[in-house]
Design a binder for this molecule. Structure first.
Ligand code: FAD
Ligand code: NA7
Length: 541
């Protein structure tokens, strides 16, 4: 077993989270560098997102061959899947296999939430406290808290009087059976569209409470034969090279052709082919290169999807309610015949933008118009306090006792999506202003970057590292500039914090793609970390 190298500390590093990020951090720091690592997760086991999101229909919409780690050729060759996309149980089983292969579980304490983490300037250590009342010290604090993990549970008048069951998709309990029930679903985001499609065929009646209509293209979840999978496995070197130099890292070549200058026939042909192929990110980034940046291109894509809605949905009034009126500039969604669900006789669409939810009653939900919906179960598919939610919910304090909550009161900041000024030796996985991509390759990129940084610090005997405020400000400004070159800030969604009442609208991602992101963070490392302060306590005297 590992021994602690940091003098006076219980551990060299504390890792919080047992998702893709946390697990890989334990592997890199403990298995590769022999550091003594203590890890926690509030969940009962490994998996992160895939531990919590067990709702019917939960599926990754990144294709199976690239929704996984790339770091081990052996692991890649062992990979097994049946369809083009992985179901939640498949991802969870994959993560369990990873944990078993590398003996990662033994570093974890599960069912244990970290409630506070405070940097002590005297000892130069992080003091990490759990909800079990235990406090440990460590030199490095690695947070893989998840960017879509802190659930958003809006409150409604009368909610406590409801006699039925209330569920959130992101904290789904075992053993829920929706068969034959009268189910209400609030929310039509990525999660909502999945749970709606899976619930409609089994529920007695399904009522969808829709606030914003969505653009949803087919997912194209076809079975994959052994030959296709073998070919993918044989080309992994090329695949990851392409993924890591691409923008969205979804395993397809992004288009370089603008829709702005394409003829109407060409646009129709390309969009129709993408519709048949399936994939949300593919539809937005694989068809034309300017859908996320040009109003003309965006309108063309939006009009194509709107036409499909009119063709698919039989009742014109329902089709009208399902048709978005805003830009096609949120996280692109895909599903299995999502709009077709509304042709079913057991599905009702309640437009809660036009006629808001007035209250929950003991037997269901009443809209402002007086329309009553009798329900046995209400599913909240209302999403997450994304990106910084788990950081501001924790008592996280840096130098001089400054809290992250306070530092980020006008919106999250952060340097390189991983660090923050005044928070020495803190490495955040998918922290604010990191890449917006298929996430496992971005997670690996970050974990590898800070593992190299830690290795360098240990080799040189350095005590602490933190970015300068100026470098942090410059990074945040860069992210803002890049975001403003796109149409994304013009649509209200979690990408800019717009889904949480009272949350300030802020830029939360580096939208220039994984390839550019990797170049940017490598430049910092290869340039000798000019934007960092090392051993600030000694520098200060
Ligand atoms: P997570 O997997 O979210 O893990 C974070 C863990 O930290 C959680 O287990 C949580 O319990 C724990 N934690 C947080 N705070 C504390 C605390 N204070 N103390 C102790 N433990 C704590 N991404 C894609 O790229 N492609 C997809 O198709 C895709 N589909 C998704 C579908 C759904 C339904 C959701 C919710 C997300 C999806 N994502 C997808 C995003 C997904 O979150 C990431 O791909 C990835 O799983 C994130 O891994 P992570 O380790 O960073 O965080
Ligand atoms: P999202 O994309 O934030 O979607 C949440 C949905 O819930 C969305 O339709 C919201 O409507 C709706 N919502 C939220 N609050 C309310 C209230 N108070 N009343 C009615 N409707 C409400 O979350 P998801 O879980 O679907 O997806 C998040 C990411 O996780 C996704 O991109 C994947 O990567 C996995 P709104 O649009 O705000 O009007």
């Amino acid at each position: 077993l590992e021994t602690t190298k940091t003098k006076g500390a219980d551990f060299d590093a504390v890792v919080v989270g047992a998702g893709f990020g946390g697990l890989y951090s334990v592997y890199k720091l403990r298995n590769e560098q022999s550091l003594n690592v203590k890890a926690y997760d509030g969940a009962g086991d490994v998996g992160g997102t895939w531990f919590w999101n067990r709702y019917p229909g939960a599926l990754s919409d990144t294709e199976s061959f690239v929704y996984r780690y790339s770091f081990s050729g052996e692991l890649l060759q062992k990979g097994h899947w049946k369809n083009r996309y992985l179901t939640q149980p498949e991802v969870l089983s994959y993560m369990n296999e990873v944990a078993d292969t590398y003996d990662l579980r033994r570093s974890y304490e599960f069912n244990t939430r970290v409630t506070a983490a405070r940097f002590n300037e005297k000892t130069g250590l992080w003091h990490v406290t759990t909800d079990k009342g235990q406090t440990v010290t460590a030199k490095y604090l690695i947070t893989g808290l998840g960017l879509l993990s802190a659930t958003n549970l809006p409150t409604f008048k009368g909610i406590d009087s409801f006699k039925g069951q209330i569920l959130h998709t992101g904290a789904w309990p075992e053993g829920v059976d929706l068969k034959g029930k009268r189910v209400g679903i609030i929310g039509t985001g990525s999660t909502g569209t999945q749970v709606i499609t899976a619930t409609a065929p089994i529920a007695k009646h399904l009522t969808v409470f829709q606030r914003s209509p969505q653009y949803v293209v087919p997912i194209g979840n076809t079975p994959q034969d052994e030959a296709t999978i073998a070919a993918q496995k044989a080309s992994y070197d090329d695949i990851w090279k392409q993924v890591k130099s691409s923008a969205v890292a979804f395993g397809f070549e992004e288009s370089t052709i603008p829709a702005e200058t394409a003829t109407p026939e060409e646009r129709e042909r390309v969009f129709e082919a993408a519709w048949q192929r399936g994939g949300g990110f593919y539809f937005m980034f694989g068809t034309f290169c300017d859908i996320a940046t040009s109003q003309i291109a965006n309108d063309a894509a939006a009009d194509f999807i709107k036409k499909k809605i009119r063709q698919i949905v039989k009742d014109p009034e329902t089709a009208r309610k399902l048709t978005p009126t805003d830009l096609y500039a949120k996280r692109p969604l895909c599903g299995s015949d999502y709009y077709g669900v509304y042709n079913r006789p057991n599905v009702t669409l309640a437009d809660v933008k036009a006629d808001p939810i007035a209250e929950f009653t003991p037997t269901g939900i009443r809209q402002e118009s007086g329309a009553e919906h009798e329900l046995d179960v209400v599913i909240f598919a209302t999403g997450f306090d994304a990106v910084d939610g788990n950081y501001t919910r924790m008592d996280l304090r840096g130098r001089g006792g400054v809290t992250m909550r306070d530092k980020w009161k006008d919106g999250p900041l952060g340097y390189l999506g991983m660090m923050e000024a005044d928070f020495p030796n803190l490495f955040m996985i998918l922290g604010p202003n990191g890449p917006f991509t298929n996430l496992p390759p971005s997670i690996e990129t970050q974990v590898e970057w800070f593992s190299d940084t830690i290795k360098m610090m240990e080799a040189k005997g350095l005590k602490s590292i933190e970015p300068t405020e100026a470098a942090r400000d410059e990074w945040v400004a860069l992210c803002r500039t890049i975001a403003d070159m796109t149409l994304f800030p013009k649509a209200d969604s979690w990408i800019f914090g717009a889904n949480i009442p009272g949350k300030k609208n802020a830029v939360m991602f580096y939208l220039a793609g994984l390839g550019n992101y990797r170049a940017a963070i490598d430049a910092v490392k290869d340039g000798g970390y000019q934007t960092m302060i090392f051993n600030r306590e000694t520098v200060a005297g």
